[in-house]
Design a protein around this ligand. Sequence first.
Ligand code: SF4
Ligand code: SF4
Length: 472
Amino acid sequence: MTAARPGVPEDGSNLALLPGPARDFHLFHSEEGPHLLLVDGSQLFKIDEALSDQLAATAASGGAAVRALLAEHGLGGKRFIGDEPLADPPLRALSLAVAERCNLGCTYCYAEGGSFGGAARNMPWEVAEASVRRLFAQVERDERVTLAFLGGEPLTNRPVIRRATELAVAIAGERGIPIGFSITTNGTLLTPDDAEFFERYRFAVTVSLDGIGAVHDRLRPTKGGRGSYDKVIANVRPLLARQRRMQVSARVTVTPANLGLRATLDHFIALGFHTVGFSPMLSAPTRRGEMQAPDLDVLLEEMIACGREFERRTLAGETYPFANMLTALEEIHRGTHRPYPCGAGAGYFGVSASGGLFACHRFVEDEAGSMGHVSEGVDRERQRRWLAQRMVDRQEPCRSCWARYLCGGGCHYEVIHRGRPACDYIRGWLDYALGAYVRLSAQRPDLLARTVPGGPRPAGAPVTADSNSSVP
Ligand code: SF4
Ligand code: SF4
């Protein structure tokens, strides 16, 4: 038995902390033979058929038998994730809902037409300024912060985006603090001047695109019911051509109406997007466009087809920037293990147009994720309660799921508003991604090192930004 990933421990010393049978490991088979994922610490091992058979047989006998078998083989390792929730994490990332308004009428919009169920409004400059100052309030030199702009459609309030960016750049420069900017836009209002601005400040620009041509138009019409695809593509081309410092990515929200992922992926990669990623629509305020179990089965097949193409192209030395695959490989490579799905309500918050702090951009104006106000800062008591309740080991059925430290328990917003309808899909995708990782590692470790830069992540590294781990 050998460690399948550099930098993961092989010792076994804390097995008493593994309470259940199969909740603490996952066996998977690929062309490279059987492998074992030890859930705590996301440790990956190549094992022989005999141990694989023994583990499969022993899983039904209960936790003690599994622990003994793992210990016999020197497996189990020290504990990586404890029982205590994250305590008072510092604020490191904010997303500003600079416009609680939108010019599109997307069928499934989480922001309910951009206005989050209230009256359409823009964020005044005073709120944006207070947000930027709040972001820097607890930061020390060299600690990185992130400022994101979302909506509604953020570019309906372009002057505030620009002023806030320039203020943040000035403060970051004075204090020696690295800063990253991002914006998520529907692309309909982008101008060549925006391209210049985003390039200057190294923005990560995410454009929401839900398919090619008519497929996109059906899901993302204007408020008047017309299509938006041609306009978005015409607007985004100058940005795609300019990307040096900025990165322009496409994000596809997947509903039952746009499940043809391979063609979409190929098309947007050919247009020149930095990456193209998919995210299933699991919870919409209107309930329209939500994925049901049969749709999620199709989604998994489509995602794996895209992943297989990624493997083929990567082995051929080509670039194929399928974002979900790149993220999954990076997380597996680093040995990511986390007790939360993302930084929401921890180091990351969304700010409403009136300055309310919420667990993330999707919770804006939602009492379930309300966490204070930019003028006073994070409501630490509410945050403590949130972090205690939302830990993956305190969630059912997550606490007995082998995928829990890669998944983190699912997007809080979706779980709170719809539950966990996508667990089989999540585990299916992770099982595939683990197999892809060992295949790529075995066949071209040099390519993998380039594809997923950076070494293994230190155990217990805090989650501070808006990322939903290896799970699309
Ligand atoms: S959300 Fe589902 S897949 Fe993720 S950890 Fe919980 S039970 Fe597992
Ligand atoms: S994954 Fe986290 S940050 Fe992203 S929408 Fe869900 S709760 Fe918010």
